[in-house]
Design a protein around this ligand. Structure first.
Ligand code: UDP
Length: 328
């Protein structure tokens, strides 16, 4: 039986990865410090013999007894509201956490994968974004703590690959959505769905002409799994190239949720990328992968999940306040 360590296991992507690796017959060692993760995402796995959970902060030395075949480092805050609240932890988990886990991978001779991100392209000047594009990141802006940690994470991973011969994979994840997203993480999909369910107007930042391309979680997990099992060691974009403006997206959500809310406009956060769309030529060619779930179907499933939350959970929301953020 393969043994796989997944960090950030109680988070959105981490918990879906746990499900997938358990389904593939692996023994899964799940790790999370629960700052942004939630045990309810993985509590269904606790009764399984091939599942173990460690409440641990990977910015400290990581010890796992026994052998390991794969390590997937998916621990990180991953939304602008989190970077504002916990900027130092965001930097540390990407930098120190990655270093600790690379050390562990070397010790165990395990294959190592990091969750990189479209954020390494910053506010991109090349469209759609290919893996060859170096990006346009503001190092000292509010998103810099995430973007630079992720860029460093790629560099140190390649250094371990080249210098120590470690077997590594780098997945660049674009906007992904689906069940288990955190309602109050401030990201656009939980924000709009929460607003629709509470009967509030939908808050579009800026004039809503900025674009994103949203990938359903099942597609994303399939792409990640295929990349891990491939022998390709350079970064690969995994995302859905179907691009939409945030304003059009808000209109789609109003239609989907059958509510009669309006759109209201709020200031655009600093360094909010104006456009984002993955070029997935590499993923298609190397992994034979492309997304299968359309936005309508994916959003319907995601809305079902949010509808299932209790009234209390729905009320526990946090609004993004960028009044300070925009001054800098
Ligand atoms: N956004 C919005 N209203 C919200 C939350 C986000 O218009 O209530 C916009 C945000 O400014 C950005 C886009 O939606 O342009 C996606 O934001 P998100 O935080 O989900 O992800 P990211 O910017 O990291 O892609």
């Amino acid at each position: 039986m393969k043994r796989t360590l997944i960090t950030g296991a109680a988070g959105f992507l981490g918990s879906h990865l746990c499900d997938r690796f358990i389904a593939e017959g692996h023994e899964v060692i799940a790790m999370d410090n629960l700052i942004t993760g939630d045990l309810k995402n993985i509590e269904h796995l606790f009764p399984l013999e091939q599942f173990t959970f460690y409440n641990h902060d990977v910015t400290n030395f990581v010890h796992v007894p026994g052998n390991l075949d794969y390590i997937l480092h998916f621990a990180s805050p991953a939304s602008p509201i989190d970077y504002l609240k916990i900027p130092i932890q965001t930097l540390k988990v990407g930098a120190l956490g990655t270093h600790n886990l690379l050390g562990l991978a070397k010790e165990k001779n395990a294959r190592f994968m990091i969750a990189s991100t479209s954020e390494i392209y910053g506010d991109p000047l090349v469209h759609p974004q290919t893996e060859e594009y170096y990006g346009n990141v503001n190092t000292i802006g509010p998103r810099g703590v995430y973007d630079e940690a992720k860029r460093f994470q790629e560099s140190i991973t390649m250094a371990y690959h080249r210098f120590h011969g470690l077997d590594t994979r780098i997945v660049r994840i674009f906007n992904t959505y689906g069940p288990r997203m955190r309602l109050n993480d401030g990201r656009v999909i939980p924000a709009f769905m929460g607003q629709a369910l509470r009967g509030e107007d939908l808050t579009v930042f800026g004039d809503g002409s900025q674009t994103r391309s949203f990938c359903y979680v099942d597609d994303e997990i399939e792409g990640i799994y295929r990349l891990l099992m491939s022998d390709y060691t350079l970064p690969v974009n995994i995302g859905n190239p179907n691009e939409i403006t945030i304003k059009d997206f808000a209109e789609e959500i109003i239609k989907l949720t059958g509510t009669d809310q309006k759109i209201i406009y709020k200031p655009l956060p600093k360094d909010d990328p104006m456009q984002r769309q993955p070029d997935i030529t590499k993923a298609k060619e190397i992994l034979g992968w492309e997304p299968k779930v359309g936005r309508e179907e994916g959003m319907r499933k995601t809305f079902e999940f949010f509808k299932g939350l209790s009234k209390d959970e729905l009320e526990k929301t946090e609004h993004r306040d960028f009044s300070n953020h925009n001054k800098k």
